[in-house]
Design a protein around this ligand. Structure first.
Ligand SMILES: *Cc1c(COP(=O)(O)O)cnc(C)c1O
Length: 447
């Protein structure tokens, strides 16, 4: 079935597939079913996420298999009054971006998705819902950039920011009140891999102030593994730079919502400030999303192998795939997988530094979500923007090493890590194998 006019072609053309669909999206764009709202609106069984990730219907006049890149800042109008056409200016809307947004809305189980130039750009758009005097309640183990933006808003925007241990909903209950305009959550946190109970916190926040917006940063798990909107969140946002893209070749931010009024406010800011994702990056992200399923599955399997390996050699490992994770049950009550980011401690900052520098396959890099494996020391790299005193207050161990596991052969990854551990002097070599040298506080050798 090839029916369907793409914006820009004749609008009178009868859209066969579109008859059963509401073809007007929230912006009033009369779009063809592309990427098709294939489910749940087709009336049949809902497709699995793995199917939705790759299934798009592009129906431009040439039936292009890949959504075209509309590399155009402006679109010609048909009348002097400018009315009538779907698109006029790319800051306000672009067909390639719209395709991506509709595809993401489907995948994220959302009414509407919006894409901007980075994950931090997404948070910037979201926090512009706030007014001076508003209170924000958030975690104490946040992504460094999130921390920096919130700090800026508290010193320059009159926003009151409370950092609390969000792993205990009761702590949060003591802080939220009728001035709480936003609750900002990350789960699992990074790099401490603490789990946050989204449903309980959302209900506590909404009870304290029904107008409070609960926003969840879902970057660590991606829509493949967790849907915060289904767990009580009002807004979910992600850095598209990570798992959604998967190749560290673009930067993007994604916001998804179910409330159309909220969607309108967020879109207003994107159009007003001009941070919408460019057509080329929208196209690249669309391409990346198609392989999210296979990438994440392989990355998770590898991550579980590495986590088990490190734990069995006596290191204190933080990974929600391990039964030893103190919030294992809570994590699995919300998520469909453990993700591919884990951290471990060696008990010695210098040993950790040597491990990171001795690894070869594991590239020293901030960020995660890429197909290749990465190693980093968060206190020296991604979280260096949090001052040492605050890091200590938040019990962020200076020796913590973060591993972001890729799709390589797991034996190669383990060999390389073993060699780095030995070379760095992190392990005691015995005839039976090797064991972590310094077992710190709560970590007991498990084998
Ligand atoms: C990377 C990241 C961000 C910021 O995304 P950018 O695309 O780098 O701006 C926000 N939150 C988390 C958890 C991240 O890992």
């Amino acid at each position: 079935m090839s029916g369907g006019s793409f914006p820009g072609s004749s609008k009178d053309k009868v859209n066969g597939a579109g008859k059963a669909l509401n073809t007007h999206d929230l912006d009033g764009h009369d779009l063809p079913p592309s990427p098709a709202p294939s489910t749940p609106r087709n009336g049949g069984r809902k497709y699995a996420l793995a199917t939705e990730l790759v299934y798009t219907e592009s129906s431009d006049q040439y039936n292009a298999a890949s959504v075209p890149i509309y590399q155009s800042a402006t679109f010609k109008q048909t009348s002097a009054t400018g009315g009538g056409m779907e698109y006029d200016y790319t800051r306000s809307g672009n067909p390639t971006r719209t395709h991506l947004e509709r595809h993401l809305a489907k995948i994220m189980n959302a009414e509407r998705a919006l894409v901007v130039s980075s994950g931090m750009g997404a948070l910037d758009v979201i926090t512009r819902l706030l007014r001076p005097g508003d209170e924000v309640v958030t975690g104490d183990d946040l992504y460094g950039g999130t921390n920096r933006l919130l700090k800026y808003l508290s010193t320059h925007g009159g926003i009151v920011v409370h950092h609390v241990d969000t792993t205990d909903p009761e702590t949060l209950r003591g802080v939220v009140n009728n001035k709480t305009a936003m609750v900002l959550l990350e789960t699992p946190t990074n790099p401490l891999i603490k789990i946050v109970d989204i449903p309980s916190i959302a209900s506590i926040a909404h009870a304290a102030n029904p107008a409070a917006v609960v926003a969840v940063d879902n970057t660590m798990l991606s829509p493949l593994l967790q849907n915060p909107l289904d767990l009580g969140a009002d807004i979910v946002y992600e850095s598209g730079t990570k798992y959604l893209s998967g190749h560290h070749d673009l930067m993007a931010g994604v916001i998804a919502i179910n409330d159309s009024a909220l969607g309108e406010k967020l879109y207003f800011t994107i159009n007003a400030s001009g941070c919408g994702l460019s057509p080329f990056d929208s196209w690249l992200l669309l391409r990346g999303i198609k392989t999210l399923g296979v990438r994440m599955e392989k990355q998770q399997t590898n991550a579980m192998r590495i986590a088990t390996f490190l734990e069995s050699h006596g290191f204190k490992v933080r990974y929600p795939g391990l039964k030893s994770h103190p919030q294992y049950d809570l994590h699995w009550s919300m998520a469909r997988g453990a993700g591919a980011v884990l951290s471990f401690e060696t008990g010695d900052v210098n040993v950790s530094e040597r491990i990171v520098e001795s690894a070869r396959l594991w590239a020293i890099s901030v960020s995660f979500g890429c197909v290749n494996s990465l190693i980093s020391m968060p206190c020296r790299m991604s979280h260096a923007s949090i001052d040492a005193k605050t890091r200590a207050e938040r019990a962020l161990p200076e020796d913590i090493i973060r591993l972001c596991v890729g799709i390589e052969d797991p034996e190669d990854l383990i060999d390389d890590l073993s060699r780095a551990l030995v070379q760095a002097g992190a392990v005691n070599i015995t005839p039976e194998g090797f064991q972590a040298l310094k077992i710190n506080d709560s970590a007991e050798a498990s084998s």
